[in-house]
Design a binder for this molecule. Structure first.
Ligand code: SF4
Ligand code: SF4
Length: 584
């Protein structure tokens, strides 16, 4: 890292810009902000879904019954946007089966079930690259892909793909997202306070990959310890600027943070990289550091276990695949009356159907609540067109319009109103005086649009397959016709020579015939004709010699048959007197 003298040590900057809308909900971070990150003991079983990231599911490359080492690749990325999955500990794969996953609909999906052997034996590590500056951006991207690194801020987008998207060569500023604006969650806060070097090293790797030399670290001002820690840790490096961001939800949204830190408003449908900016979560760059410098694949993440429904709220370093029930148990279990478990925060998280699902790469928080801990939600009333939702929407949308179109299932109109720019922050629902569950409608509309697109692409695929099949059959038919015609022509040429020449045998004696000579044909030189093309009644066609040969053979056969019949008749006439005497 570039060095500077201690005299250059800086104080935190204060963000000078603001994003549109937003709210300041109760923070509830006191429950865990001072709880250091703890490790969990090895659990008996781990459930590793093959699809823990955005993009194509990984493909299992291990067999049931196979012993695997900690860190071994269990499932490989199958596409450009996909991520590999590694064993969180050593043990035996006891099943590859459908298993419930953390999903708002309580869905099940293909997963590997690992039975731990308790030894936690590591396999062949990825080679550590302490001097990552000797590696090219391509090599480093390959390492991130190999290590299964995805964005840990909630998006779980494969990092290698994010760093490869077009235009990253023009990135001049890396923005580290340490805002952690959701109530209750403190895992990034604890990481920044406990492992600032991991974050700075990871950022340095990304700067090297991008050829950039400026890194802004945005942290909400409700985390003064994290701001101070990073400020101190980066004091010797001029590339880093730590900026205190006013606490306002959702300051941690990518576009909102970029606006606050740089005053750049990334328009709809455009990417931050087009403006020379790249935004990564602090936990993601820490994982990049561990993958590149230490050779560690992504096998764990930090999870805040919190809420008034938890006996002892904590921050845990949790191996991926650990059952949520085991994590809750490690935090002392549920308090009496806890009746809701949420994955994520209260604004953007979703309620889980049960806790027998695994921790995945997207699990940043487990929040257990009692009825008295959450605001009572009165029954929804009709929209009164007050526009409070539009005023508060940080994405500058018209939430009430989106609501009407989603509710009326006019999804194309909802898309026209930028449905997919909605970051599902929940601000509109929070401010709505009619208590409309607006975000639920947007999620429903998005799911429907995706389903329609899937159906459409399936239909297109089926049509393409059908057309391809027809083309293939036509081609095969044409090739067969051509081959048959060629064969017919060859046979016609051969039969035009002589029967004995065509077969190479004398048809009467069935011994090899003498080679035909021009003299053998005398005056008669038949035109070559394809076998089987002559039909009775054809005008102007010459007789085919092979047919004559067949006729001759038939005549001989008839003569032979007649001779045999005559012979038999003669023998019967000799026997006739004795036979007759036997008659009654
Ligand atoms: S805040 Fe609620 S009531 Fe007001 S316009 Fe928006 S959806 Fe309608
Ligand atoms: S959930 Fe969507 S529509 Fe509602 S405030 Fe957030 S971004 Fe705007």
């Amino acid at each position: 890292m570039a060095k500077m003298s201690p005299s250059h040590a800086r104080s935190p900057q204060i963000a000078r810009f603001a994003f549109h809308g937003g709210i300041h909900p109760p923070e509830h971070k006191d429950l865990t902000r001072d709880r250091p990150i703890k490790s969990l003991p090895i659990m008996p079983h781990y459930v590793l879904p093959l699809h823990m990231h955005i993009g194509a599911p990984a493909r299992a490359i291990v067999q049931v019954g196979q012993w695997v080492a900690k860190g071994q690749v269990l499932a490989q990325a199958t596409d450009f946007i996909s991520a590999s999955i590694h064993a969180p500990t050593s043990g035996v794969i006891i099943a590859i089966t459908e298993h419930p996953i953390p999903h708002p609909g309580g869905l099940a999906a293909a997963a590997l079930i690992l039975e731990a052997d308790g030894e936690d034996r590591a396999g062949e590590p990825l080679p550590p690259w302490p001097d990552f500056t000797t590696k090219s951006a391509t090599e480093l991207r390959g390492r991130l892909r190999e290590a299964g690194i995805v964005g840990l801020g909630g998006a779980v987008f494969p990092t290698a793909a994010k760093l490869a998207t077009g235009g990253t060569s023009s990135v001049h500023t890396l923005v580290l997202n340490g805002a952690e604006c959701e109530p209750y969650i403190t895992c990034d806060d604890r990481l920044m306070r406990e492992r600032p070097e991991d974050i700075l090293h990871g950022a340095a790797i990304v700067l090297h990959m991008m050829g950039a030399n400026r890194c802004l670290i945005g942290i909400e001002d409700n985390k003064p310890e994290a701001i101070a820690t990073l400020l101190t840790a980066s004091a010797q490096d001029t590339r880093f600027e730590t900026i205190a961001v006013p606490t306002r939800y959702p300051a941690g949204g990518e576009k909102q943070l970029l606006k606050v830190l740089t005053n750049v408003e990334v328009p709809r449908g455009r990417r931050a990289t087009e403006y020379g900016l790249l935004c990564l979560n602090v936990a993601t760059v820490a994982a990049i550091y561990r993958a590149v410098v230490l050779g560690e694949p992504m096998t764990e993440r930090i999870v805040t276990v919190t809420g008034e429904g938890i006996v002892q709220p904590e921050n845990f370093r949790v191996p991926l695949g650990t059952k949520i029930s085991d994590v809750i148990a490690a935090a002392g279990g549920y308090t009496a009356g806890a009746d809701r478990l949420i994955m994520g925060g209260p604004m953007m998280g979703f309620a889980l159907h049960d806790d027998e699902v695994p921790v995945v790469k997207a699990t940043n928080c487990l929040l257990a609540l009692r009825p008295q801990d959450r605001p009572t939600t009165p029954a929804p009333q009709p929209c009164i067109r007050c526009s409070l939702c539009a005023e508060a929407c940080p994405a500058d949308l018209l939430p009430q319009q989106l609501y009407w179109y989603a509710r009326a299932k006019q999804f194309d109109r909802a898309v026209e109103y930028h449905l997919f720019d909605c970051i599902e922050c929940g601000v509109c629902s929070a401010v709505c005086p009619s208590h409309l569950p607006l975000v639920d409608f947007y999620r429903f509309a998005k799911t429907e649009v995706w389903a329609q697109e899937r159906d459409h692409s399936k239909a297109s695929l089926a049509r393409e397959r059908f057309e391809f099949r027809n083309e293939r059959l036509e081609r095969i038919k044409a090739e067969r016709e051509a081959a048959l015609n060629k064969k017919r022509q060859n046979l016609a040429v051969n039969t035009a020579v002589a029967p004995s020449v065509a077969t190479g045998m004398d048809t009467a004696t069935m011994v090899p015939s003498a080679p035909a000579s021009d003299e053998a044909f005398g005056e008669y030189r038949p035109e070559p004709k394809a076998l089987g093309t002559q039909r009775p009644g054809d005008v102007g066609t010459e007789p085919v010699i092979l047919d004559s040969a067949v006729e001759a053979a038939c005549v001989r056969a008839k003569a032979r048959r007649a001779a045999l019949d005559a012979e038999r008749a003669q023998q019967e006439s000799k026997l006739a007197p004795e036979s007759k005497s036997d008659l009654p």
